[in-house]
Design a protein. Sequence first.
Length: 396
Amino acid sequence: MDVVVSACLLGEACRYDGGSKPNEAVRQLASRVRVHPVCPETAGGLPVPRPPAEQVGDRVQLRDGTDVTAAFARGAQACALAARNCGASLAVLKARSPSCGVGFVYDGTYSGKLTRGNGVYAQLLEGEGICMVTEEVVESCKPSVEHPVAIVLGTGLGHLSSLVHPVRRIDYHDIDGFPADARPISGHRFEATVGTVDDVPVVVYPGRIHLYQGYSAAEVTALVRHAHRLGCRDIVFACATGAIPGNAHTGLGILTDHLNLTGVNPLVGDASQRGLETPFVDMCDAYSPYLRTIARGVADDLGIAVEEGVYAGVVGPSFETPAEVRMLASLGVSYVGMSTVLEVIAAKALGMNVLGLTLAANYSGDGSVTHQSVLEEAQRNADSFERLVRGILHLL
Ligand code: SF4
């Protein structure tokens, strides 16, 4: 996986004041990918040290009033070309910088105030299809003992829990909000394992309950709130789905977005009871672009075939009619299943970083799917799924 990184985050003394901003999480990521350090400002010929620069309208000026717009543009173009040439899919850029900033930059008053927008380099990268994140995103996704990665496994995928070096086990029935009468169906076990996979702290939930079993939206999202209480910031949802013909193939997939067609929402009701300040949750980028890019990069490096697409969550338990399959296809859906969407809404509301992985075990509407055939397809893909998840954990 090729990753462009702001050189100052790697410890290069290229900042305006002659210093650097080394970041341990970024350095660790850089040590595990093909890293391409860039510094657009020095590439543009600006001296170090110099006064700080900020964007002022459509110009860039040093604090002493010198106009450096041309130098910023020159450096940005050189570094954008470098990113294009190396085929980078991810750029980790220094937050708030007038060149590298993503999402927010200083507002041109040299007062420390921020305004929405990208730095000059990030503006150029925007059209290149490269996922851009700041060092703060890499840090927030970095697992630790205090912040293990939660992994919720769907039908037939529960074997991954056997990889965990366990520290302790938690019976689902001891989890607040999980229904006392819930019993696992075939392919699920109801015991979470806290421990490590390849030294990465994790909490693995090897099964879930569903709306189609008669449980409420609050009950099916109890595991998410439990993971959040345990300190998890990253949460991986793995689910079995049907592929929508024409939009996706069977096999492994990365979820990019979803349609909640269940008719319910876990945020309905008293938000404070769910530990939320507000139920009005922004669902843009609910599936973390950073985690999706990491997953795609790992899959490509390991030669694991994955596709990407939108997931439609339905109640079930009946499978889709041909008319429903045609409707989903016309809506741009790649995968359809009976879980995940409510959990993703709950996780996003709690500020968690979500990765959605799916195993499309059959083509939706092909008339041949059974619970047993889903288990068999999961078994066939078990090795690829395991290597993918381990590869992702290694990069976080
Ligand atoms: Fe760091 Fe980017 Fe500024 Fe260079 S241009 S010092 S890489 S933030």
